[in-house]
Design a protein around this ligand. Structure first.
Ligand code: ATP
Ligand code: MG
Length: 400
């Protein structure tokens, strides 16, 4: 059993309980512990208020204090400690900004999304399971705590979380829970795109994504998500775990349109990856020589090329052409990358200035063109990357 993180965090629970308050492990860590899965982080819930937690521990960070969360740092480890709370006043199907702190564990567990996520565990590994979460875990079932329609009415994100957990855990969804999702999915249009993207990214990366993605389509969830609602998402298939970036690139490659990615509020790094993926998806199938591949390996991020090669089957399933495996494969790409004479333009032994004085020509758009020709010649090993060799090559090969 993976108890290392719990053991490490135990002194925190003891410190809080020694002061007369209650404190428990809760949420994903307890669920994963019961399932025998790897535990990646620990959430702690307590009857102590944020102010009380701050007075108990010497090193605290008030990261989400208004929602009841204080980060406590003990021996360089950071723990999120959240005060028991009940939620009320859901506005527009989103979680409220107002929270009410309570002193009762039951109330805190009752506001949690699914029975498997509503189990608390004390420092002696004693479980507090008021909603039959353990039984549902045994049956591999995702079920809302309480009435599904009401819980999704309060916070529509829970419907996407449900599909995300189905993908990650390979669980079934309880019939009443699924039924409520089929009735209320349109409410996800009120959610912030950031919250949806966080869950969608996890959903796409889950082992059981084929089933969850099918359910996303069946429930017409994409009709209510910015950007995606402009595409025929029922033409898209996801059969294996995939990154969000490659997923979006597949959608754009299959159904080209200028609709702005900006709406998804992704990072610049993500947008760049998507753009490169789209270009690669259209470029790689046309490659028929090793020299062409060398240029692609030079021009694009090699990780992204490898990712596309790994996902041939998904591309085919989405009616996208794939590269010729005899020329474009993991080995050929790795080998070419290893032998690339240069990795960026700045490493070329000549620049615009060298060319202007060698050819005694004034500056102009020709420089960019000639530099690119030289760059291609270096990459495809037609000329060595030294100034004298390059200038000789220019004299013989370049018409200006
Ligand atoms: P993971 O393993 O991905 O971290 P998790 O179950 O811990 O899964 P989190 O998003 O970290 O998921 O949330 C921690 C806990 O907070 C959940 O287990 C659940 O009890 C509660 N929770 C999170 N989001 C919601 C929500 N929208 N509605 C109700 N409870 C929620
Ligand atoms: Mg968690």
């Amino acid at each position: 059993m993976d108890t290392q993180l719990f053991e490490q965090a135990k002194p925190i629970l003891t410190t809080i309980t020694d002061q007369g308050y209650e404190a428990y492990f809760v949420g994903g860590s307890v669920r994963d512990y019961i399932m025998g899965r790897h535990i990646h982080d620990i959430d702690i819930t307590t009857s102590a208020t944020p102010d009380e937690i701050e007075s108990i521990f010497s090193h605290t960070i008030p990261i989400g204090k208004e929602h009841g969360t204080i980060n406590v740092v003990v021996e360089h480890n950071n723990y999120e400690i959240t005060t028991f709370r009940a939620e009320e006043d859901y506005i527009d199907h989103r979680r409220p900004s107002n929270v009410i702190f309570v002193r009762d564990l039951y109330e805190d567990l009752q506001r949690r999304d699914f029975t498997m996520n509503a189990i608390a565990m004390d420092q002696h590994y004693q479980l507090y399971d008021y909603f039959n979460g353990q039984e549902d875990i045994k049956q591999r079932l995702i079920r809302t705590v309480g009435n599904a329609n009401e819980r999704f009415e309060e916070d529509a994100l829970r419907m996407i979380r449900c599909l995300r957990f189905q993908s990650q855990l390979t669980f079934d969804i309880a019939p009443a829970t699924y039924q409520a999702m089929s009735q209320q999915m349109s409410d996800i249009r009120y959610l912030s795109i950031e919250r949806i993207i966080t869950e969608l990214t996890k959903l796409l990366a889950g082992a059981n994504v084929a089933v969850s993605f099918y359910n996303m389509i069946e429930l017409q969830a994409f009709d209510y998500i910015l950007f995606f609602k402009n595409f025929k998402m029922d033409n898209i298939t996801v059969t294996e775990p995939i990154s969000l970036e490659l997923f979006i690139a597949i959608v754009l490659a299959q159904q080209p349109q200028s609709d702005s990615l900006k709406q998804l509020k992704l990072s610049n790094r993500q947008i760049k990856a998507i753009q490169q993926y789209v270009k690669l998806i259209t470029t790689l199938p046309d490659i028929s020589t090793k020299d062409q591949l060398k240029l692609v390996v030079y021009d694009f991020d090699v990780q992204l090329i490898k990712e596309i090669i790994n996902n041939r089957d998904i591309l085919s399933a989405n009616d996208l052409a794939t590269a010729q495996p005899l020329i474009v494969n993991q080995q050929s790409v790795a080998e070419i990358e290893r032998l690339l004479p240069i990795h960026q333009r700045q490493q070329m032994a000549v620049n615009g200035g060298t060319l202007m004085s060698h050819l005694t020509k004034p500056s102009g758009p020709w420089i960019k063109e000639v530099l690119r020709q030289i760059e291609c010649a270096i990459i495809t090993n037609k000329v060595e990357n030294s100034e004298s060799e390059i200038l000789k090559w220019v004299d013989n090969h370049v018409k200006i």
